[in-house]
Ligand binder design. Structure first.
Ligand SMILES: [Ca+2]
Ligand SMILES: [Ca+2]
Length: 450
């Protein structure tokens, strides 16, 4: 299957270029409903504790012997949250107080009633969803709105009181999340076109500050360590109909429409500034099917978000590592496919320090199976073969060594590529055969998507 090709950039579209002076456009605060919020995935898991935080002036009268507390820091404000039970003998926490006005007093905030759901046949698990709440926080002198909600998972309700009584970590019994349901949007007119931008406060701190921290790493398989794209997100497009797959990490620099800009979000003044960078730019060769690309330079750490849109790309002459990219391409039948990948630590950096260079990503895809036996005893393997279990992980890397994190059939129904039976958005699961070296087949089957 050679679906994603390593084409070099060939097409240079005659789109109007962005102006070469600093742009200032209004930023609009936009709220989302719960389902759209999930799409955008701004989420925090605060630390819940049975001790109230310091500096609290007034607490309501709680039903629970051990109410739970957490804080969320938005801008310069610490938002206090407290969970209570509807009665002393109920186990799940379905009452929530949020210090909506940030005055460290929870008695002037109305109680928020959550709805409990329990999967059938599972007495220990419960989920509690609380309705959407609008809170306020300050950034300098300015008071800003923030729409959010809280939801809880109780892993084991029967063990919850024992966990609380023995001062074990609450995380053993409960996962409590806060989810952001708002973003900021801007429209940039360029000739006849309007570029649409949305900014999502993924780390829920009420600020948009591109990270200067090295991206975290995770080991996907033996010998493959990938960068984990994390931080606030930017969505760029010629229209504002984004979905979750259109996200990318927000960098200090944004390359869009043939230009590269230093991006500044000023929430205090409700404006977005985009300052063009014109000095020291070096041309980057890139396959023409790459839609989104996020790179970072190492000294210092500076993230660059690139939205390609068929325009030639030029970046400051630095050395970059790949954080993530996304390719969209039609197959021979016209069906649309999407491929996403994360950069890995052993990839060759893109070095623009001594002139133009190319980043080859996409096909050909390298496939690897990582096998891990659970029983490592050779004697056990030889004499007790039927009790040996092994896990097989199927890993795909692209031609550059990037780790493929998603391969999806987005639209169309004419493709000749076999699709997964239960999920037509995926290609058919690869099959495996485990055999001895003499050819005797031990087992066979299909991989499952994880
Ligand atoms: Ca309050
Ligand atoms: Ca943020």
């Amino acid at each position: 299957m050679r679906l994603f090709r390593c084409w070099w950039l060939a097409a240079v579209l005659a789109l109007p270029a962005l102006p070469s002076f600093a742009l200032e456009v209004p930023l609009t605060y936009v709220t989302r409903d719960v389902n759209q919020g999930r799409f955008f995935y701004a989420r925090q898991r605060p630390d819940w504790s049975t001790s109230p935080m310091e500096g609290i002036t007034s607490l309501p009268k709680f039903n629970a012997a051990k109410p739970m507390f957490a804080t969320l820091t938005l801008g310069d404000t610490t938002i206090l949250m407290a969970l209570d039970r509807p009665s002393a003998d109920e186990k799940a926490y379905t009452k929530l107080y949020i210090d909506r006005n940030g005055n460290r007093d929870l008695t002037d905030d109305p109680v928020i009633e959550g709805e409990i759901t329990r999967p059938e046949g599972n007495a220990t698990f419960a989920q509690v969803n609380f309705p959407v709440v609008d809170v306020e926080y300050t950034l300098g002198e300015k008071t800003l709105p923030y729409r959010m909600r809280v939801f809880l998972y109780f892993q084991n309700l029967t063990m919850l009181d024992a966990t609380l009584a023995s001062d074990q970590r609450i995380e053993n019994a409960m996962y409590g999340y806060a989810e952001g349901l708002c973003d900021y949007e801007a429209k940039i007119p360029v000739g006849d076109t309007t570029w649409n931008l949305a900014f999502v406060d993924q780390n829920m701190d009420g600020r948009f500050v591109p990270t200067t921290q090295r991206p975290p790493e995770y080991q996907q398989a033996k010998g493959i360590t990938a960068y984990y794209p994390t931080g606030d997100q930017v969505f760029v497009g010629a229209n504002d109909q984004w979905d979750y797959n259109d996200r990318q990490v927000l960098g200090e620099l944004l390359a869009v429409a043939g230009g590269v800009f230093k991006v500044g979000l000023d929430l205090k003044a409700d404006k977005l500034t985009m300052e063009p960078i014109e000095e020291g730019l070096v041309t980057v060769g890139l396959p023409d099917n790459v839609e989104r690309l996020t790179l970072f330079s190492e000294n210092p750490i500076r993230i660059v978000s690139v939205y390609c849109a068929g325009k030639p790309l030029a970046l400051p002459g630095d050395a970059y590592r790949l954080l993530e990219y996304q390719i969209r391409q039609k197959d021979e039948q016209g069906d649309m496919w999407r491929l996403e990948a994360n950069g890995t630590t052993d990839m060759k950096p893109l070095d623009l320090k001594s002139g133009e260079a190319s980043l080859a990503v996409g096909e050909p895809i390298q496939m690897k199976v990582d096998a891990q036996a659970s029983n490592r005893s050779v004697v056990g393997v030889l004499f007790n073969r039927e009790k040996v279990t092994a896990s097989l992980d199927f890993v795909m890397r692209d031609c550059s060594g990037a780790l493929i994190t998603d391969l999806a059939h987005e639209s169309g129904n004419k493709t000749k590529i076999k699709l997964a039976k239960e999920n037509p958005q995926r290609p058919k699961e690869p099959a495996y055969v485990v055999a001895l070296t003499d050819g005797e087949v031990l087992t066979q089957g299909d991989f499952r998507y994880g």
